[in-house]
Structure formats: C-alpha cells, structure tokens
Design a protein around this ligand. Structure first.
Ligand code: MN
Length: 229
C-alpha cells in the first residue's frame, strides 16, 4: 500500500552541481563557529581558550536565486562569507585520515546572521536559532565537485559590498581543517550524504542593507553574487 501524507510533505531542497544535470539533495546544514582566529577575536573571544564549535541551519534556509530578502525583527544583519563542504558519504566516528573520502564538493555560502538577536541569545544563554536559522539565511552558489577542482586547503576568501572589500582571509587560516571538522562532527552526529558544512568565516563581518550587492569569492570554488532585497 502506498503511503499517503496527512499534510503536504516538504520538498527535498537541492543545490545545482556545476557541470552536471544532477542536483545535490540537502540533508542537514552544519556551521562551524569561530573557525578563524581573527574573527573569534573581533567577536570578543580568545581562540586559544575556546575551540570552534557547531550550530545548525535548516536545509530550506538556503537562498539559491541570488537574492537575500532582508529578514524581519532585526536591524543588524551581518554577512559571514564561508566555504561550504558538501558530503557525498557519511558515517559515525570517521577518522580524520578517512574524512576526505566523504567530500563530494565545495561551494560558496554566506552565513547571514541577525546579529542583534544572536547577541541577545548569547547574553541570555539561549540557543542561536533565531539569530542564525531563519528564512533565506544561507545564500549559496553551485556545488563544484572535488573531482573537478580537488580539495582547496589554501587560497583567498573574500566578500565585497558594492565593490568594497569587507572580509579578506585565506582558507589556510581555518583552525579546524576540513578533515578535522568532519571527524569531530561525526562523533556527535551520524553524517549522511547530502550534509553541508559551512566552514566558518574570516574577520571583517558587518551589516548589510537593502540594495547592497554582495560579491563573495572562494579561490578555486568560485564567485557568488547576492543582492539584498
Ligand atoms: Mn558563520
């Protein structure tokens, strides 16, 4: 007997794969917090005392059409340019030296953050969802298969607003490298094909406003243009 749903079932969220007609189905979105020392310091933390950590966004928070609708209930929405790691395989307790076998490809994403609401959450020791996991909070470009570009470990990561540099870093500044983040995460959660990991942001985060054009770039992965509407 075929299954019928009591309410409308949500669609599978998919991201285009560069050079392919196949699309990447998204399972979960994990995000690494404070994975670049200069960003940890600009947020008032000591990266030597506090290691990076994880939080999550929802698959349907992805914004894939080149626009970012300014969200409600905030007057201080920040950009955080990040390399996104797309998993083709999952598992539990994956050793770091086997972790790269899990990587399908890479993308460019922005961890958009309602900073005022996040700051309030931090102050009250509450979870971060209202600051991080809201509609359209994860603009992202196409996924580029590692079979085409290899595994980027160094290279420029930057974000410009209206042509002006705001964030500039290098992938080699990540505190947790990609194999370490996969290994660590797989000890806490079972990872699956379709999981995305936003790998953290370099320093220079700041506010956006309606009408801004955000150009994001990760060397070897590509550009992403996002208009704030
Ligand atoms: Mn982030």
């Amino acid at each position: 007997m075929s299954k019928t749903y009591a309410v409308a079932a949500p669609p599978v969220v998919t991201v285009p794969v560069r050079g392919s007609t196949a699309v990447f189905p998204v399972h979960r979105i994990y995000c690494v917090g404070r994975n670049y020392a200069a960003h940890a310091i600009e947020m008032g933390h000591d990266p030597n005392k506090e290691p990076p950590f994880f939080f999550q966004k929802n698959p349907d928070n992805l914004a894939l059409d080149g626009t970012f609708p300014y969200p409600p209930k905030s007057s201080n929405v920040h950009h955080e340019i990040e390399m996104v790691v797309a998993l083709g395989k999952g598992g539990k307790d994956i050793p770091a030296d086997k972790a790269m076998d899990c990587v399908f490809g890479y993308g460019v994403g922005i961890d958009m953050t309602r900073r005022d609401l996040q700051d309030e959450c931090k102050k009250l020791q509450r979870p971060w969802e209202i600051g991080k996991a809201f509609e359209h909070s994860a603009p992202m470009g196409d996924i580029v298969p590692a079979s085409q570009i290899g595994h980027p470990t160094k290279g420029a990561v930057w974000l410009k607003i209206n042509g002006e540099f705001k964030q500039q870093g290098d992938l080699n500044q990540m505190i947790w490298k990609v194999p370490e983040m996969i290994s660590y995460l797989s000890g806490l959660f079972e990872l699956f094909p379709g999981d995305l990991i936003m790998s953290g942001t370099p320093s220079g985060v700041g506010p956006v406003k309606r009408g801004d054009v955000l150009e994001s770039f990760v060397e070897g992965v590509g550009p992403l243009t996002t208009k704030v509407v």
